[in-house]
Design a protein around this ligand. Structure first.
Ligand code: 5AD
Ligand code: SF4
Length: 444
């Protein structure tokens, strides 16, 4: 490859989950610490990092079309680095299929991005998809900037091996970052302006560690410790697995006011037969019992879930069980996907793959039910007041945008500043947001 001048400007584009958003922010911090400047658009950047997602087929295909689109009108292109889970899973294939890609870097190796970019600028294609346990966190620069709502990765990887999922292969085995490092990073984020921290992990509630006194603790212990940080008003966590919802975490929803009343707990299907084929280690009834226990300590908790329709062998009766579970739960919001066969996963070679048109039709019915419940959940807030964390200005003059404790987006008008917690009187509800007006500013 021909050498190019060392890049001076960069743009990181993240796709997929919130963990990728976090990784993207850390890569941007890393490149800034090297003296590079963030560009507003890919067209103005010497280096473009595509931080990719591999969870579904469409997500992976998108990478190749994005690479093509980076070519500019004059035929030139930026130095392209592919990061994230597609890089991990298909690094060699990307190098072969997309000659314009100069760097491939996996999710556990991105602390080496500056070195790899320097090597690539000298004309050698550079790749690192090693998966050492969490060496990267120690190698990243200290955090200096944050909006009111920040992400903090506390756990990575997954040992659950759901039969449809690539995550155990792309992100590797479960690892927990040490307690002291997390408290330090959270403190830095608060100093940098964060009022809310969302703890992230592929299986965030599998986090385990030792507190400052050497006692073994789980995620609830970490949440309680972070809730002590002055200036931090809200703690959230995502994504959880039903098998790791322990008694202490459920109790924390009742006894830790800074832990927001919101739980994203994927269930995937309401059919026990399909759950078994998915290797989910819980039944539909077991999942509902778990939710009852959370509701017993936090009656106003908002529930969220993930669903897959059209898993191999899913019959109409199996799908009806999913709809029945949705009716039983009443989700405040949810994500639903058509099953996508991922190479290397056990489900990809199972018989009785469901035809595309059946999947389409089931997804539509499921989403209609989920949208109905989401609108009903939002509508129930009208004429009530709630605390909103102000995140940014809205599109219209005088308008602000923030989040309710139940993770609803709230547009509102009135006296406010970014980072404030304000009491908003809610006047209108739509499927995706609420609207209202500030009544008063509240102290955290
Ligand atoms: N096909 C469709 N959806 C998937 N998910 C994970 N793997 C697949 C797949 N192969 C969904 C699950 C998971 C969410 C992050 O993505 O619902 O909870
Ligand atoms: Fe994938 Fe299942 Fe692990 Fe979630 S719990 S990341 S769906 S294997």
């Amino acid at each position: 490859m021909t050498p190019v001048p060392a890049p001076r400007t960069f743009r990181v584009k993240s796709f997929g989950c919130q963990m990728n958003v976090y990784d993207g922010e850390r890569m941007a911090e890393l490149l800034s610490a090297q003296g590079m400047t963030a560009a507003e658009a890919s067209d103005d950047a010497d280096l473009v990092v595509l931080n990719t997602c591999h969870i579904r087929e469409k997500a992976a295909e998108k990478v190749y079309s994005d690479i093509g689109r980076l070519r500019r009108e004059d035929g030139s292109a930026p130095l392209i680095a592919v990061a994230g889970c597609v890089a991990q899973a298909e690094g060699e294939e990307i190098m072969a299929r997309a000659p314009s890609v100069r760097v491939v870097v996996g999710p556990q190796a991105y602390h080496r991005l500056p070195e790899l970019v320097a090597e690539a600028a000298q004309g050698r294609r550079a790749s690192d998809t090693e998966m050492p346990a969490a060496a990267k966190f120690a190698a990243l620069p200290r955090r200096r900037k944050s909006g009111p709502s920040a992400f903090l990765t506390v756990q990575e990887g997954c040992d659950k091996f759901c039969t449809y999922c690539v995550v155990p292969y792309t992100r590797g085995a479960e690892i927990s970052r040490p307690f002291a490092d997390l408290v330090d990073e959270a403190r830095l984020l608060v100093e940098a302006g964060a009022r809310e921290i969302t703890l992230l992990g592929q299986n965030v509630n599998a986090w385990c560690g030792e507190n400052g006194k050497g006692r073994a603790i789980g995620l609830a212990g970490l949440i309680r410790a972070l809730a002590e940080l002055p200036g931090l008003a809200r703690v959230r966590y995502t994504t959880s697995h039903p098998a790791d919802m322990d008694d202490d975490l459920i109790a924390a929803h009742g006894d830790t006011p800074k832990l927001m009343p919101f739980l994203h707990l994927p269930v995937q299907s309401g059919s026990d037969r399909i759950l078994k084929e998915m290797n989910r280690s819980h039944t539909a009834a077991g999942y509902l019992r778990l939710l009852d226990r959370v509701r017993a300590v936090r009656p106003d908790i908002a529930l969220s879930g993930d669903f897959i329709v059209g898993f191999p062998g899913e019959s109409e009766a199996d799908f009806a069980a999913t709809l029945a579970l949705v009716d039983a739960v009443g989700y405040a919001q949810a994500f639903s996907f058509k099953y996508s066969a991922r190479p290397g996963t056990p489900a990809a070679t199972m018989g009785r793959q469901v035809p595309a048109e059946v999947m389409d039709e089931r997804l539509q019915r499921l989403q209609a039910a989920l949208n109905r419940d989401q609108l009903a959940f939002n509508a129930a807030s009208v004429d009530k007041r709630c605390a909103v964390l102000v995140e940014r200005r809205g599109k219209h003059p005088g308008q602000w945008l923030g989040k309710s404790p139940w993770l609803q987006s709230v547009h509102f008008e009135g006296e406010a500043a970014i980072g404030d917690l304000v009491e908003v009187e809610l006047a209108e509800a739509g499927p995706n947001s609420l609207a209202g007006r500030v009544v008063e500013r509240v102290a955290a």
